[in-house]
Design a binder for this molecule. Structure first.
Ligand code: SAH
Length: 241
């Protein structure tokens, strides 16, 4: 946790925050146990969807921690990227949501594809409160405060036929899919990009064709097949620098 993010409900005044010592609040444990912070120590904080800054510990007791907060720094820039990701299984989804926030992806679309198991859409990891939690964990790692947006598209064909070309217009539109005949992923593209990543089983030939019809060009990362989360990090590192 490289920044402690504060929720609107944590504020008891414009510049005062009270964090209650609840088992579920990892921030209090982090301040007490990892940072070992005492009264008058300064912490790096940020407001969720707001500015970053610092906080002085005014009070620290069994019930919780009170902070005086100064917020004045703008969070780091996001990547100019819309990420379309075939919904992974819940365990991978949790990691991917953290990684998306950590890498600075501003917009995530989870897409149903043939090789996405139906049951994944029922996963508790997709509940809004849980998604927010995973995003916040990623933001706290990266010292960012702005939540990515998430959209779920459970119907592949209407999304790809009706929405995708509009969404991708004016951006470098790419689909990552292994195959020696595809172009190698560009290096330091550094411009607005729409990128699709497939499920663990990959996109089917039909899906790949549909994505290409919508304007997405196939790119590949070499002959090694990477896990979804490693493919994501590798693609982002290559495309943006
Ligand atoms: N079994 C699948 C691979 C799935 S890997 C197949 O053979 O096609 C999961 C996703 O990660 C892929 O759909 C792709 O979007 C991305 N990916 C993994 N390795 C890749 C590579 N070498 N090149 C391009 N994309 C890759």
């Amino acid at each position: 946790m490289n920044v402690i993010l504060l929720e609107p409900a944590d504020f008891i005044a414009a510049d005062r925050v009270r964090l209650y010592d609840r088992a579920t609040d990892t921030r209090v444990r982090h301040i007490r146990e990892v940072l070992g912070a005492k009264v008058s120590a300064t912490l790096r904080v940020g407001a969720v969807d707001g500015l970053l800054g610092s906080a002085e510990i005014l009070q620290l007791d069994a019930a919780g921690i009170e902070l005086r907060v100064t917020l004045s720094e703008t969070p780091p820039a996001k990547l100019p990227l819309t990420l379309i990701l075939a919904l992974p299984r819940p365990k991978v989804l949790r990691r991917v949501l953290r990684t998306v926030a950590e890498l600075g992806v501003p917009e995530l679309i989870l897409l149903n594809t043939y090789k996405v198991e139906k049951s994944y859409w029922q996963s508790p990891a997709l509940e809004a409160a849980r998604v927010r939690e995973y995003f916040i964990e990623g933001l706290q790692q990266a010292r960012d405060s702005v939540l990515p947006t998430l959209r779920c598209e459970t119907r592949f064909k209407p999304f790809v036929e009706d929405d995708l070309s509009t969404l991708a217009a004016g951006t470098a539109a790419l689909v990552a899919h292994p195959g020696a005949d595809a172009a190698t992923c560009p290096l330091a593209l550094n411009r607005p990009c729409t990128l699709a990543i497939g499920p663990e089983g990959g996109f089917t030939p039909y899906e790949l064709a549909k994505l290409q019809e919508a304007g997405l060009a196939q790119i590949q990362l070499g002959e090694r097949i990477l896990r979804v989360e490693n493919a994501l990090t590798t693609l982002v590192a290559r495309l943006f620098s």
